[in-house]
Write a protein that binds this ligand. Structure first.
Ligand code: NDP
Ligand code: 2IT
Length: 445
């Protein structure tokens, strides 16, 4: 495999798709060794077939706001690869959404889903719709208009979307309602559903819980414990909330949270009561963290900055892609941080990853560390198919086991001769081998 040549071709075919090119490059660098050692991958054209999505649906979403003004947004569903199961992955509603971002997320999802041990292929979708500041009825009308197109290409054995940034239980409910109306069928077509109508216990907090279970495993390899550690967390969405809750439970101290307006530094620690306050803030539809510092007097609000300048033992970025750059990585190293575990998808830039790994920090990419969310979506699909609901501790136990098995497989494929575990390499190789072998078994299709 000639990575430069492949990237040149990819760039020519997908001009300006920065995030997608970044995600593919990262995987190619990890797998080039195993790819070249196994000529049957080349014979079957695996890499060229793997980096091209099976199909992308783009569609128009016209909807009317509360004042009667008509808006037109753009919707997408990227069905990337279904070699090991139906397409599976979230929907993102955010003004930054474009084809490059959804292709990067869909591509990562292939490997992530393969790591979960569950039968799920990779996909992602969403819209450039801005949910912030919209009324409940506007959100409902938008979700209904979105589903009026999406329903044609999804199904419980075809493609099962879920939430991501800007899409939570409320949006999944409105999407589900419209799907049911259109098809007259009550099936597990989406995950992240409400608990009374097919949702799984633990799903809302699963991504954050999974990240912390994974962090625990990483620390274990160096005989370190989570208890007593200072942790910098970014974001205050679904993933950040779950991670902070589990960190508190395990005796760590969460000293930061962040929003697009800046970050909160709380030396006393973000207790569960403070997490509840943040969750309440999110329902205000403004998505800012500054009010935290007015409510809790010892906390400081630092505008327009990321939390990575704070002294911490562990950093868990949970906001969005490329939110931790090379300068941030250098600050973390200088301040004695020992572990960076990604809750968000691709939050560290490639240059930041290089700094973290060169300094031998424990570092794990999101596609392994945040796989607990989609894994629990897989468990929701299983429960729907069986028409029953597992109790909380059963789902949590399975989630815990899945995160341990992901850690083990990453360690197996990522261990370097000097003993350092390159989790990026391990995750990419393990995910790739599973999907590539399935593709070979199924022929050129
Ligand atoms: P949420 O919508 O719940 O929260 C994300 C929030 O982060 C947004 O409201 C956004 O605000 C805010 N944000 C955006 N940029 C920044 C920034 N630079 N600093 C701080 N906050 C910022 O989304 P999730 O918690 O679900 O998702 C967070 C990340 O985790 C994403 O990368 C997602 O892909 C990933 N993920 C989510 C999973 C899930 O199950 N939900 C599973 C696995 C990964 P604004 O709108 O103002 O930009
Ligand atoms: O990035 C992700 O893994 C998610 N947003 C969750 C996807 C899912 O299908 O639960």
């Amino acid at each position: 495999m000639d990575i430069d040549k492949l990237m040149q071709v990819l760039e020519n075919r997908n001009p300006g798709e920065r995030e997608y090119l970044q995600a593919v490059h990262e995987v190619l660098v990890s797998i080039v060794g195993v790819y070249n050692e196994n000529p049957h991958f080349q014979t079957a054209g695996i890499i060229e077939r793997l980096i091209e999505p099976d199909r992308i649906l783009t569609f128009k979403i016209p909807w009317m706001d509360d004042e009667g003004v008509v808006h037109t947004n753009r919707g997408f569903r990227v069905q990337f690869n279904n070699a090991i199961g139906p397409y599976k992955g979230g929907l993102r509603f955010h003004p930054s959404v474009n084809q490059s971002i959804l292709k990067f997320l869909g591509f990562e999802q292939i490997f992530k889903n393969a790591l979960t041990t569950l039968p799920m292929g990779g996909g992602k979708g969403g819209s450039d719709f801005q949910p912030k500041g919209k009324s409940n009825t506007e959100i409902m009308r938008f979700c209904q208009a979105f589903m009026l197109e999406l329903w044609k290409i999804i199904g419980p054995e075809i493609d099962v979307p879920a939430g991501d940034i800007g899409v939570g239980t409320r949006e999944i409910g409105y999407l589900f309602g419209m799907y049911k109306k259109l098809t007259n069928e009550f099936t597990g077509i989406l995950t992240g559903k409400g608990l009374d109508w097919g949702g799984s216990l633990i799903r809302p907090e699963a991504t954050g819980f999974g990240v912390v279970y994974f962090t625990k495993e990483m620390l274990n390899t160096r005989k370190e414990k989570i208890e007593g550690k200072r942790v910098a967390v970014s974001g205050f969405g679904n993933v950040a909330w779950g991670a902070a809750t589990k960190l508190n439970q395990l005796g760590a101290k969460v000293v930061t949270l962040s929003g697009p307006d800046g970050y909160i530094y709380d030396e006393e620690g973000v207790s569960n009561e403070k997490i509840d306050f943040m969750l309440e803030l999110r329902t205000s539809n403004e998505d800012i963290v500054e009010p935290y510092a007015h409510e809790f007097k010892n906390a400081q609000f630092i505008p327009d900055k990321h939390p990575w300048e704070v002294k911490c033992d562990i950093a868990i970025p949970c906001a969005t892609e490329n939110e931790l750059d090379i300068d941030d990585a250098n600050k973390l190293v200088k301040n004695g941080c020992i572990c960076v575990c990604e809750g968000a998808n691709m939050p560290c830039t490639p240059e930041a990853v290089e700094v973290l790994q060169n300094n031998r920090l424990l570092y794990c990419p999101g596609k392994a560390a945040n796989a607990g969310g989609v894994a629990t979506s897989g468990l929701e699909m299983t429960q729907n198919a069986m028409k029953l609901r597992w109790p909380k501790n059963e789902v949590d136990h399975r989630l815990h086991q899945i995160m341990e098995s992901i850690h083990e497989v990453c360690r197996h494929h990522g261990q370097l001769p000097d003993g350092y575990i390159d989790y990026m390499r391990g995750a990419n190789i393990a995910g790739f081998l599973k999907v590539a072998n399935a593709m070979i078994n199924q022929g050129v299709v």
